[in-house]
Write a protein that binds this ligand. Sequence first.
Ligand code: NIG
Ligand code: FE
Length: 406
Amino acid sequence: MSVACASLCASMSDVSPSLLVDNIGELVTNDPHVGASTLGIIRDAAVLVIDGSVAWIGKSGQAPAADDVVRVDAAGSAVIPGFVDSHGHLVFAGDRANEFAARMAGQAYSAGGIASTVRATRSATDAELEANVVRLVTEANASGTTTVECKSGYGLSVHDEARSLRAAVGHTDEITYLGAHVVPADFIGRADDYVALVVGEMLDVCAPLAGWIDVFCDRGAFDVDQARAILQAGMERGLRPRIHANQLQHGPGVQLAVELDAASADHVTHLDDADIDALAGSNTVATLLPGAEFSTRSAYPDARRLLDAGVTVALAADCNPGSSYTTNMPFCIALAVRDMRMTPGQAVWSATAGGARALRRTDVGSLLVGSRGDLVILDAPSHIHLAYRPGVPLVRQVWRAGVAVH
Ligand code: NIG
Ligand code: FE
């Protein structure tokens, strides 16, 4: 077992040592009742984690005594909750570097490239797929991510979707069945037959392995009627809905998300006023994926327009080999601030508490008594530096449930 896997597996267990992080210059709690601004910032703070959960938060030097405590001096640096990356496609083989290079030379992105990753994924062994998930979760931990969602979607057969989901079990916090990523090559011209498989035998095998169901509702993927049928079939089996919507063009995917009370509508690059009104009046989070606009050289959605309308916004990395091959949430924060018109504080909130809302989790994304002990010490005095110093590795130390993962 690798060191990375050892820490990951330990972090999934119930037992972890106590941890006291003291001398924190700026603590982001994400609770405006306990500190300043929406980020709930406390200065000169300390955090105590016992048995994997936050047991106490207060002033530096005033923590209660605890047994067998590991003491860490943050030396005046900022501490934030671990990032909650609510959208990732971590089960795949191969890469598409040449497709990226061709795009940077002027070619447009389309859903068609997914087929080459499907071929590589089907050819990979179970062990290779699992190793890819572990590699990417470890990489994500190193840039401060402590909660990871992972989708299938590059298998697109009963056998390959099921083993894709199995590759993520035990390695990621949330698992999503995305049999409806695109119609695979062996079903071209027979989309209805493929939808029948996705809601039939494939769902039978995959539903017990996942907590969520997702559909890519867009040009070159599934239309709104197919998406509704697929999400409803999943919901009948106890899966909760989320959706890829309005990435490549404007369409009805966002309205469908609200209609079904999906936890999140993701990408949402092309929105009209009715979409924004619908989101603002709903419990559906708008999850923005700036890595995808970066890597497909597309226009960015306007996060400020969403925020001003009262929509809850999350930021996620969308790690996948086609449209966004990054696990780095600080990079996404910097893009969202520069190109989606978020303030640094809004972007940090969306990458932590916003991601938690998109996964309907209350135990992660904030640092409050009872929260999972997911902490990041930055090599910076303030969360603002995550956008202000783009590309600089500012993540010094990371704990998940009180266990060091970086
Ligand atoms: O979220 N948009 C659909 N699916 C992925 C990209 C898939 C790919 O290009 O491999 C996404 O961006
Ligand atoms: Fe995606």
